[in-house]
Ligand binder design. Structure first.
Ligand code: ZN
Length: 503
């Protein structure tokens, strides 16, 4: 089988202030930069990126490839029309040249891309791919667990499958699963029946963690459905995408997708999954702390088996935050006498000032609160000590980034009032201990570690944390969606799990 391979990844928070432009997709961040043509087959090799898993598995099954293009950008506000149209034009013209010689198309997608001119970036892309290849060539794609799956995506693709873990430690595995499915489709020349259901409530990021209930049992059940024979026929695969709530679009929110050998089976399995999710709806709300309360609790609790890890979820750069709000940082000043570390605070200006002053210097600066992520918030102003400096290039040691080369840009470890702060020049989600360690800050010895992340940090910090507190300090990714001014949701969608229907 000859497979055209490409990818276009963005998770769009339509309430976030910064847009994703062409340059955001070109540059490397926590993931590789834009790959055009053949290099894409090797650029992600061995990392936890879906396309890497797909290519490895499909190659092992004898496939050959037509490499198109692949890129990703850090989650943010909408993708610019320019970036979207330039990239899709390039990918589609590459595809056009190889279509006559291609059996299938695989795309590595997120599933929650909104652009300046389109509510459904992936639905439009998949439809344009279908228009080029026609009805007979397979189109398959892997998706993020947080995809806002749409009816257009379902209609255009033959098979979609979403991650089953959050933290997303199974991204490459999801690529592999897509390759296995495509192989089976091709060998049997099968067209699958599809069932697609949108649920009528939004799930916050912290409620979609699969290390705890209800996610843990739910996803174990979904994995057990792979290739299972139901009473009316064979199930091919099922997904539950929890959706990405801070996206003001018609088809925002959780979805169930089921592929089976006949419609009756697909519908029965989809309805059972929807029912199972609905029975646990309230448990998807997740629990969050006010910053002052979290700090007071941590002080009272004192250090036991390991640090208390606080997730600054509302400023998570993995969800459209800029990583520069300082509400939690200011609250941490109250933890006097404790060993406290925070990362990664995005402030290229301060990182440059620290590099100019040199290690051991003290600098008078205003830190953070410069990009408007929390309107009205002011920077933390004062005298900071420069403990360490780095170019910000290092290898991830934890399972989420999994050996990828991370790039924070020029970075510094600053000390303020006993708090050690990792300051970086690029927006990155703090989901790897190496982000502290590369500057000589040891997470293991801290009493409190604050991270700009919602859930991904758990992949590397769970094992050292005595406890994890999800904290809601002001930022563009509200843990409670009732704070957001939605205009475009379909009627009847409730903004939080367990909330009564107000329509
Ligand atoms: Zn995700």
């Amino acid at each position: 089988m000859k497979i055209a391979v490409g990818g276009f990844q963005h998770e769009t928070n339509t309430f976030a202030p910064m847009k994703a432009d062409w340059e955001a997709f070109v540059q490397a961040d926590s993931w590789p930069g834009m790959q055009i043509g053949a290099p894409l087959l090797s650029a992600c090799e061995g990392t936890n990126v879906p396309v890497a898993g797909f290519v490895a598995e499909a190659a092992a099954r004898g496939a050959t490839f037509e490499p198109l293009s692949w890129c990703s950008a850090t989650p943010s506000g909408p993708v610019t029309k320019d970036a979207y149209e330039r990239f899709t034009d390039m990918l589609l013209s590459q595809l056009q040249k190889v279509t006559s010689d291609t059996d299938a198309v695989y795309l590595d997608l997120h599933g929650a891309m909104v652009t300046e001119h389109l509510e459904d970036g992936e639905g439009t892309l998949l439809q344009r791919v279908r228009d080029i290849v026609g009805p007979d060539i397979w189109i398959v794609a892997s998706l993020d667990l947080h995809a806002n799956v749409t009816s257009a995506m379902m209609a255009a693709a033959d098979f979609l499958t979403a991650y089953r873990t959050y933290p997303h430690v199974d991204m490459a595995e999801t690529g592999r699963r897509t390759a296995v499915a495509l192989d089976a489709l091709g060998k049997g020349n099968v067209r699958l029946a599809k069932a697609f259901r949108k649920l009528d409530f939004l799930i916050p990021l912290t409620g979609s963690c699969t290390l705890v209930e209800p996610g843990a049992s739910l996803y174990a059940g979904i994995a057990a459905l792979d290739n299972k024979t139901h009473e009316h026929g064979a199930v091919f695969g099922a997904s539950f995408a929890t959706g990405f709530a801070p996206a003001d679009i018609f088809e925002c929110g959780p979805s169930v997708l089921v592929y089976a050998e006949n419609q009756q089976t697909a519908d029965a399995v989809a309805d059972a999954l929807v029912k199972g999710v609905g029975q646990q709806e309230e448990a998807f709300a997740g629990g969050v702390w006010a910053p002052d309360a979290a700090v007071a609790y941590a002080i009272a609790k004192k250090r036991t088996a390991g640090p208390i890890v606080m997730a600054d979820t509302q400023d998570n750069p993995g969800a459209g935050g800029n990583g520069d709000t300082v509400g939690l940082l200011k609250a941490l000043v109250a933890a006097e006498g404790a060993r406290v570390a925070l990362g990664v605070l995005y402030d290229p200006e301060v990182a440059a000032a620290a590099h100019a002053a040199g290690k051991g210097a003290t600098i008078d600066i205003s830190l953070g609160a410069k990009t408007g992520g929390a309107p009205g918030e002011t920077p933390l102003t004062g005298t900071f000590e420069v403990l360490a400096l780095s170019a910000g290039e290092f290898i991830a040691s934890g399972p989420y980034y999994d050996g990828a080369t991370l790039s924070l840009g020029p970075s510094a470890l600053l000390k303020y009032d006993g708090i050690e702060i990792v300051v970086g020049s690029k927006k990155v989600q703090c989901a790897d201990r190496a982000m502290f360690e590369h500057l000589g800050c040891d997470p293991m010895v801290q009493d409190i570690i604050a991270v700009k992340s919602s859930v991904h940090f758990r992949a590397d910090f769970n094992s050292i944390a005595s406890e994890i507190l999800v904290v809601a300090s002001p930022g563009p990714n509200p843990a409670d969606h009732r704070e957001l001014d939605y205009q475009h949701l379909r009627p009847g969608v409730r903004l939080m799990p367990g909330e009564p229907d107000m329509s």
